[in-house]
Design a protein around this ligand. Structure first.
Ligand SMILES: *Cc1c(COP(=O)(O)O)cnc(C)c1O
Length: 411
């Protein structure tokens, strides 16, 4: 990368002014294989509509979510007057642990929320089996998995309801937006009518969003990201405030409103550019994942058989959390798109205390939060910069390798 440039933390589709053509387009704002969808103000708003729609059908109160997920998911559940039940994750993974899931589901469970992170699918079939056994629904959180598929089936439609995020950095963006889908036409009707009932047209805010989307189109470039993203982030890390650095500090309120046809059209045209972009991003991932996995003690969360999806970043899991911290100490303030996905397990965010019981026993999720970090798969991180990342990781990790008989260095 040339000096003074900055790679974004994810490979979101960069904006293009050609997306702003005022003419109608035949392009659709949906992942491949999905033939319907409701565009709303955010992924969180989509999830809120899903929950409120289910609440009209059932008096159950609990929503089961993975203990390692986006804090907005917990905020949305509380916003609906429902209760969050965190479920521990599988060891070394973000997906729901099968035994913990079975224990978390009961007659008061409204929905289970398997969550696809960084384009890697969660096991929705297993969540469906658990949910069905107690008469609950499955809502797929596909916020980070635009276009992912399992055995050819698009995520979002494997469970009952699914939602995608159209926020910055999550694939295709409207600056803020969400897409809500459902498999069953009757449930789809219910979602549509719930959305009609509760979504106000806040046109002042919509004009502001159009301006923000224009600013994104102009400024989501390596030279301006340094100022808009890199600088404030490095300041926050220097203060030791990781939550502020990665924007993990969300308000406890949800902004619900309609999205104008204008902004939707920009998204539709962006969606038409997605396939070729996604192909290039997946190709880059293939070689880079293999390189990262050659490093001692490093594992990239990958696909199981039959799974495919976008590769916005590499979610790297390390055997030793101290090695993770040592790598971040060297690379977190570099311009190379090194970041963390979520800082904590849900139970460990102080600002979520009103919603989540910090005593929840979620050892795997806590360990996962402590031993993972992300490397961007942005096409702007060129090979030379990626080699610097690899070399730095290699040097740190070799200091932590515990080969039998060898002294343990680096501690
Ligand atoms: C971003 C995100 C959301 C919320 O989507 P927004 O569009 O930002 O409201 C929900 N779940 C996960 C896993 C996310 O990453």
């Amino acid at each position: 990368m040339r000096p003074h440039r900055e790679a974004p933390p994810t490979a979101g589709l960069p904006g293009a002014w050609s997306d702003w053509s005022p003419w109608a387009t035949s392009a659709v704002l949906r992942p491949q294989g999905i033939d319907h969808g409701l565009v709303v103000s955010s992924g969180t708003a989509a999830f809120v509509i899903a929950l409120l729609a289910l609440r009209t059908l059932s008096a159950r109160r609990y929503v089961v979510v993975p203990a390692y997920t986006c804090p907005l998911v917990a905020i949305a559940i509380a916003h609906c007057g429902l209760l969050v039940r965190v479920c521990d994750t599988r060891p070394g993974h973000f997906d729901l642990d099968p035994a913990a899931l079975a224990a978390a589901c009961d007659k008061d469970t409204l929905a289970v929320v398997p969550t696809h992170l960084g384009g890697r699918p969660a096991n929705v079939r297993r969540a469906l089996a658990c949910a069905r056994a107690v008469g609950a629904w499955v809502i797929e959180d596909a916020a980070q998995a635009w276009g992912a598929k399992v055995d050819g089936e698009p995520v979002g439609l494997i469970g009952d309801i699914g939602f995608f995020s159209l926020a910055i950095g999550k694939g295709i963006t409207l600056f803020e937006g969400g897409l809500l889908v459902a498999r069953d036409p009757a449930l789809r009707e219910q979602l549509d009518s719930t959305a009609r009932d509760i979504l106000p047209g806040r046109w002042g805010l919509e004009v502001w969003r159009v301006m923000q989307l224009a600013a994104y189109t102009a400024l989501y470039r390596p030279w301006s990201l340094r100022w808009m993203y890199g600088l404030p982030r490095r300041r926050a890390i220097a203060r030791g405030n990781w939550i502020a650095a990665i924007g993990d500090d969300f308000p406890l309120t949800v902004s619900m409103h309609r999205v104008s046809r204008w902004r939707r059209r920009v998204g539709e045209r962006a969606a038409a550019r997605w396939d070729s972009y996604d192909t290039a991003v997946r190709q880059q991932a293939q070689t880079r994942v293999a390189r990262i996995e050659q490093l001692p003690g490093a594992h990239v969360i990958g696909n199981q058989t039959g799974e495919e999806g976008p590769w916005p970043f590499f979610l790297v899991h390390l055997t030793d959390p101290q090695a993770r911290d040592a790598i971040l100490a060297e690379l977190a303030t570099s311009p190379y798109g090194i970041s963390r996905l979520f800082i904590h397990a849900l139970a460990d965010y102080v600002y979520l205390r009103p919603i989540i019981d910090p005593a929840d026993a979620v050892p795997n999720a806590r360990a996962f939060a402590a031993s993972t970090f992300t490397i961007t798969n942005s096409l702007w991180l060129d090979d030379a910069a990626f080699e610097v990342v690899l070399a730095t990781m290699g040097r740190v990790l070799r200091g932590f390798t515990t080969t039998p008989g060898a002294p343990i260095a680096g501690r």
